[in-house]
Design a protein. Structure first.
Length: 307
């Protein structure tokens, strides 16, 4: 595939969008990758990291191995993801703490539109496709109802394991890697490491992520090659089930106190905006949801025009 510099800039921007989504506990970077048209190419590129690649490197040199890896694509994408995570971590943290309804509303509209987009990729619907969609939705919904761990662990082995597990979720549309980190009690240590430039924790997390990514991408690549429609149906179900987590209006059931003495929500449930006290920001929330929804439609239209 022949690409120009501007193509790699666009790929970097898509990476930045993925990174921004992955920072939010409830939104999947995999969803952004899918709706931006790079999901399967990403799986193929990642799964090409194997013994054959190292044989090519040894026999034919770096240039041939880089081409086999689709290295320029991966470099542009992951550079965008890294830049986004580093630069947006504080902004996302601020919005989660101060404007959660508006932030969740935007992502709710975005994810809602992505359900329609991904479902349209299924070329043949049958009984099995419907069943796996329902099972995927149920599983994702169940995950969103789980209680996070009370304790936060920042040991090296735990961060390594959390990185491997979370990255599998991050490349699955509908399953939020950040939310998995919340469930594991590793989200705050990772976010603090990003904000405080704790490169040791960041490096350990990245190593774990690489291990998980190389393993899981091969499974997903095989599923897309042999059972694409069913795989798409499951992923659509995952995204439907994840809507519970990103519903903008929530009631806090229990609270927790962090190391600084701040009182933060611990366990929440989705409720109607009309049952909440105070300013539910309904009009602004609806506007932002529509903006998020329209953004996906625009991306789809641009992708169609490009084809």
């Amino acid at each position: 595939m022949s690409r120009k510099v501007k193509d790699y800039i666009v790929i970097g921007l898509k990476g930045m969008a993925m990174g921004a989504a992955d920072v939010v506990p409830g939104v999947s970077g995999g969803t952004i990758a899918f709706i931006s048209g790079i999901y399967e190419e990403l799986l193929v590129a990642i799964s090409s990291v194997n013994l054959d690649l190292f044989k090519t490197l040894k026999k034919e040199g770096f240039k041939a191995a880089w081409k086999q890896l689709n290295g320029s694509f991966l470099l542009s994408l992951f550079a965008g993801i890294f830049i986004s995570i580093i630069s947006l971590a504080k902004a996302i943290k601020y919005l989660l703490e101060n404007e959660p309804i508006l932030l969740w509303s935007f992502f709710f509209g975005l994810v809602l539109a992505s359900i329609i987009y991904i479902a349209k990729q299924i070329t043949k619907w049958n009984f099995i496709a419907v069943i796996v969609l329902v099972l995927g939705a149920f599983l994702a919904y169940y995950i969103t109802t789980l209680n996070p761990l009370v304790s936060e662990n920042s040991s090296s082995l735990y961060i390594l394991s959390a990185g491997a597990i979370a990255i599998c979720a991050m490349i699955l549309p509908g399953i939020s890697g950040s939310f998995i980190l919340v469930l594991l009690g590793a989200y705050k240590p990772i976010l603090d490491a990003l904000n405080n430039r704790d490169f040791k924790i960041i490096f350990i997390f990245i190593v774990g992520a690489i291990i998980g990514l190389l393993s899981f991408s091969k499974i997903l690549k095989w599923l897309f090659a042999h059972y694409k429609n069913y795989t798409l149906a499951v992923l659509t179900g995952f995204i439907i089930g994840s809507l519970n987590k990103i519903w903008p209006w929530k009631e806090t059931l229990t609270w927790r106190t962090n190391s600084l003495g701040d009182k933060l929500p611990f366990n929440q449930q989705s409720v109607s905006p009309f049952s909440l006290d105070g300013d539910v920001q309904l009009i602004m929330a609806i506007i932002l949801a529509i903006v998020g929804f329209a953004l996906i439609l625009l991306m789809e239209k641009l992708a169609v025009q490009k084809k």
